[in-house]
Ligand binder design. Structure first.
Ligand code: HPA
Ligand SMILES: [Zn+2]
Length: 330
């Protein structure tokens, strides 16, 4: 679907398609535990978040050089452009790379190469969000922030991802305070598999501006009231929720109820190579499964630009919103 939109919840490592994984593996002399792309694709059946994360981290072995990260990001941007994305705020997981001996500078500089060409080549403005892995220690997160200091001009915000349950936002209070003091903005995954209490902590302990997923917020009416009152954007990922079994079927996804409750929701792809669709595909899927009308889709697209970190360029935001309003559905 070509409706102009911003993508605000996208893990760049989750855009690694099997074909590119094999190509990079061959070039880098990395042995993958799968013989063919078909065999790899057959492994994309998940029971929960952890079963996905196991494969997600394993496949990263093929990402070693600046050029690899450039190729990865460029491939995502090319696909995103074909699905109406005009602005992308892209997560990356530095610890998943530094833990295997790839320096953070290699990751950031490689991604930045692709991002620097993006406006001209694809008409997509971009930002980077550096995520801390919540199943690693708070000290490791602080070390990561320290290592990122030479690259902060490239990084707009910090985020929090990986295995949620048992790793509440409050574990990362100190690193979020330090990040804010460095001028970074703050988001965090919360309420994907974890309880509404984690969403409260993301808001009140970490001070996030957006909540990534926030799916389980609907279990707590007071939390919904708070999110509505403060117009806190939620970056929903409906296809991810189905694949990781946070919801049983797309038809049962609470997206529509969340909109009707007055929440500022956006629709995103999360890890599109693994979850069966890029963001335009995701808009199309929720349109069909949830009987969302065109004006509701337009509202979601508007929300994505309202929730984007475009405060430094309100003219650009206004231009994107005007594109949404002018869009004629086919
Ligand atoms: O959906 C996700 N949840 C948490 N961590 C992640 N890392 C990549 N994708 C995800
Ligand atoms: Zn995510």
């Amino acid at each position: 679907m070509h409706l102009p939109k911003a993508e605000l919840h996208l893990h760049i490592e989750g855009t690694l398609e099997p074909e590119l994984a094999f190509e990079l593996a061959e070039r880098g002399g990395v042995q993958l535990p799968y013989a063919t792309t078909e065999e790899l694709r057959r492994a994309y059946r998940f029971d929960d978040l952890q079963s996905f994360l196991d494969l997600y981290y394993a496949l990263m072995a093929v990402l070693r050089t600046e050029d690899d990260f450039d190729r990865l990001a460029d491939a995502y941007l090319a696909r995103a452009a074909g699905q109406g994305v005009r602005h992308a705020e892209i997560f990356f997981d530095p610890q998943a790379h530094t833990a295997r001996g790839v320096e953070i500078g290699t990751v950031v500089e490689g991604l930045a190469r692709a991002l620097d060409r993006s406006e001209e080549r694809y008409g997509i403005s971009t930002q980077l969000i550096m995520c801390f892995l919540r199943d690693r220690s708070a000290e490791s997160a602080l070390e990561t922030l320290e290592a990122a200091k030479p690259y902060l001009h490239r990084i707009a915000a910090v985020g929090l991802d990986s295995a949620e349950v048992g790793n509440p936002p409050s574990k990362f209070r100190e690193v979020y305070e330090a990040a804010a003091a460095l001028g970074l903005r703050k988001v965090a995954h919360a309420g994907e598999e974890g309880p509404p209490a984690y969403v409260w902590e993301a808001l009140d302990v970490l001070g996030v501006e957006r909540v990534d997923h926030g799916l389980r917020s609907m279990e707590d009416p007071e939390l919904v009231e708070r999110l509505v009152r403060d117009r806190v954007p939620l970056t929903l990922c409906p296809l991810s929720n189905v694949r990781l079994r946070a919801v049983d079927t797309l038809e049962e996804h609470p997206l529509k109820e969340m909109m009707e409750a007055g929440l500022l929701v956006t629709v995103n792809s999360d890890d599109p190579a693994y979850f069966g669709g890029y963001v335009g595909d995701t808009f199309h899927a929720v349109h069909e499964a949830l009987d969302l009308g065109r004006e509701q889709l337009r509202e979601i697209a508007r929300n994505s630009f309202l929730a984007a970190f475009l405060d430094h360029d309100e003219e650009r935001r206004a231009a994107y919103l005007a594109e949404v309003d002018a869009y004629v559905f086919p």
